[in-house]
Ligand binder design. Structure first.
Ligand code: ADP
Ligand code: MG
Length: 242
């Protein structure tokens, strides 16, 4: 078991937006979370690595309850959980290679040579070896997001969390990012992916979770969720997006 949540809840200003989620992610699994906007997907994802502190319940990561860890211990846990957001947030004043090589040097004490070599390998993996010395502003959105993925991978995470990684991209760039993610899944990376890309969910997910109104309303294989949804809210959501 890689991640387990029990009775996970979150309130903002007395409004409960996550209403008690019990969920498990096994090592090597790809979980895709779908559901309407405002349903709590981002809040749930951010609680998995304590970017958002739960109001109640627990998150266990690799056997350790991380819910109430002090900040210094949480940093170590977060190194094992790579996160990629809708916005790429690359450092604009550094070239692509330096962006990817920075954290391993700062956080893990890797030598510049070792970090740069590893960064080149990762850039090759995301198809951007030829852009190593380009600056972020000169790259397309899809290329920047692939650099952001390489940067997250540079810390050697055990799980990758993606929050709508293609939502800010022009349509013609969505495919190149999904392809990189599919490659990661194929190599056995554990992944939790919030996305509206139903084709990706169908093809790559081991399990699809439908979140609505702060609850995990339904989960199942892609076939179960897309072809035979049981929950009325899943059915009406899919009728709108498919
Ligand atoms: P989703 O990612 O599924 O669109 P979110 O997790 O972003 O959903 O939001 C769930 C609910 O929590 C929404 O009603 C949103 O307005 C609310 N919410 C999220 N973050 C905050 C915050 N920092 N402060 C207050 N309300 C928030
Ligand atoms: Mg969201």
């Amino acid at each position: 078991m890689m991640i387990e949540t029990k009775g996970l809840k979150k309130s903002f200003d007395h409004t409960e937006v996550i209403k008690g989620i019990d969920a498990q992610v096994q090592q090597g699994q790809v979980i895709v979370i779908i559901g309407p906007s405002g349903g709590g997907k981002s809040t749930f994802l951010r609680m998995l690595n304590m970017l958002e502190q739960p109001t109640a319940g627990t998150v266990t990561f690799e056997g350790q309850n991380i819910t109430d860890l002090p900040a210094n211990k949480l940093d170590t846990v977060r190194e094992k959980m790579g996160m990629v957001f809708q916005s790429f947030n690359l450092f604009p004043n550094m070239d692509v290679l330096a962006n990817v090589a920075l954290a391993p040097q700062r956080v893990k004490g890797s030598s510049q040579k070792a970090a740069s070599e590893q960064a080149m390998t990762l850039l090759d993996q995301v198809g951007l070896a030829d852009k190593a010395h380009a600056y972020p502003a000169s790259l397309s959105g899809g290329q920047q997001q692939r650099v952001a993925i390489a940067r997250a991978l540079a810390m050697g995470p055990d799980v990758m969390l993606f929050d709508e990684p293609t939502s800010a991209l022009d349509p013609e760039m969505v495919g190149e990012v999904l392809k990189v993610m599919q490659g990661l899944a194929k190599e056995g990376m554990t992944m939790v992916v919030v996305t509206h890309e139903m084709g990706f969910a169908r093809k790559v997910a081991d399990e699809v979770w439908f979140m609505d109104g702060g609850v995990l309303a339904e989960k199942g294989t892609p076939e179960q969720i897309f072809d035979h949804p049981q929950n009325e809210r899943t059915q009406s959501f899919l009728a709108k997006v498919l």
